[in-house]
Design a protein around this ligand. Structure first.
Ligand code: LLP
Length: 419
């Protein structure tokens, strides 16, 4: 459930008409609802409340906006970060360093050092050498780095190939069959407190079965590691829960996920960690855009909007579906293509879809854009970097400025020898 709804014929974010945001900030602009973020954070927390000791770390990559992270910090969430930049954001939002998990398949030495200096709560190791380097740096600092070994359970998550991470051929984690021997070696590394295992098999999972089989494999591994004399106190179960993008989509609910986790992990006697991203932020945001032209097309008209693939990359990258709705619908619909102004034929948000009837100058939204939306935006075609707004009841604030092409141009220069 989200807080974007029609009131008196105008689409609102909570109590703010989207027309007011378009007037004040311009378009395109991402609009987030604080009440929706808080609701999703609460629903997920309640869903896993029964699993015993646990920690929830929001996957910052899904939505790294400082104000969004602040909302989640206040809801008691930690953060899952994959770069020093994300770590900085989580800390700037007031998150406790101890509640931050550092994931990522290519952490640099500089990032490991920065993480240790900041007192990051856990490093999820992606390969053996990384553990050796982390231990070495930690020893130099006179500390022991809390860490888990991320395993690749070779499970097909059944999601889009580009967001699948748990199959053997993916770059993530170490083969689960190699984990026991690797764990033996890493457990002896000075400066490393290797305390558990981590797993994450993919994103936008529409089915709990692959997660369940991955978790069962991890459970067997935990048993084997303990039998070999290791102390296992933490298991990180990653993220991946999908959200409905299309009207009528039925996905596993957080409550069903929580019940599955409770069933599968019973008796593990560890602190469980979760890294949800999309399920918290996805339906808490829309991309507000204005129709520039309705242009005649061969089969059907093109609705050319002022948002493009540089603002919301998911349709172009993953053929992702984002629902379109008019901000002031008149009740009529028509079959159309929705496209942005970027000079690529792939810059489309929908082809041949029946949508609310819109004309030149009308406002519309692409829904479910709160996760992997603004964070993946670029300035391709020398367009502005899209701004972000957070709504709270009847007030709203710009929480990320529109970065104009002139600002970006000012950071470039022609060298003397080319003048
Ligand atoms: N933990 C790890 C280690 C991850 O790699 C990810 C996502 C998450 C947690 C959060 O997953 P979530 O709960 O959001 O599914 N840009 C793509 C999604 C990439 C996901 C990458 N990893 C998209 O727009 O669909």
């Amino acid at each position: 459930m989200d807080h974007f709804a029609l009131k008196h014929g105008v689409l609102h974010a909570e109590d703010v008409p989207l027309t007011a945001i378009a007037d004040a900030v311009g378009t395109p602009v991402y609009v987030y609802s604080r009440a929706t973020l808080e609701r999703h954070a609460r629903v997920f927390a309640e869903a896993v409340a029964g699993v015993g000791p646990h920690h929830i770390a929001f996957a910052v990559k899904a939505n790294p906006n400082l104000a969004v992270l602040r909302v989640l910090a206040r809801a008691g969430y930690g953060a899952d970060v994959v770069s020093q930049g994300e770590m900085r954001r989580a800390l700037a939002a007031g998150m406790d360093p101890a509640g931050i998990v550092f994931s990522g398949v290519g952490k640099t030495r500089g990032e490991l050092e920065a993480g240790l200096r900041a007192g990051i709560g856990q490093f999820n190791l992606e390969l053996e050498e990384e553990g050796v380097v982390l231990g070495e740096i930690a020893s130099g600092f006179g500390v022991r780095a809390p860490a888990t070994l991320r395993v690749n359970p070779d499970v097909d998550a059944g999601t889009h190939a580009k967001i699948s991470t748990g199959r053997a051929e993916n770059k993530f984690g170490v083969p689960i069959s190699d984990a026991p021997a690797m764990f033996d070696r890493l457990a002896r590394v000075d400066g490393l407190n290797l305390r558990g295992v981590a797993v994450h098999i993919g994103s936008q999972l529409a089915d709990l079965a692959p997660l369940e089989s991955a978790y069962r494999r991890v459970g067997e591994l935990v048993g084997a590691l303990r039998a070999a004399g290791h102390v296992i106190s933490h298991v990180d179960l990653g993220g991946g829960l999908g959200v409905p993008y299309r009207p009528g989509d039925v996905l596993p609910t957080p409550a069903e996920f929580g019940a599955m986790v409770e069933r599968v992990t019973r008796g593990w006697d560890v602190t469980l960690m979760f890294e949800p991203g999309r399920v918290i932020a996805g339906n808490a945001g829309v991309l507000l855009t204005r129709v520039i032209w309705v242009k005649p097309g061969v089969a059907r008209p093109y609705v050319i909007v002022d948002a493009a693939m540089n603002d919301l990359a998911r349709p172009a990258l993953y053929e992702a579906y984002h629902d379109f709705a008019a901000v002031e619908p008149n009740g009529a619909t028509f079959a159309a293509n929705i496209a942005g102004p970027v000079c690529e034929s792939g810059d489309t948000f929908a082809m041949g879809r029946v949508i609310d009837c819109v004309g030149n100058g009308d406002l519309g939204v692409l829904r479910t854009a709160g996760a992997y939306g603004a964070t993946m935006a670029s300035t391709y075609n020398s367009r502005a970097l899209v701004p972000e707004v957070l709504v709270d009841g009847d007030r709203f604030a710009v929480v990320a400025d529109r970065i104009e092409p002139a600002t970006i141009l000012a950071a470039e220069r022609v060298p003397e020898w080319l003048k």
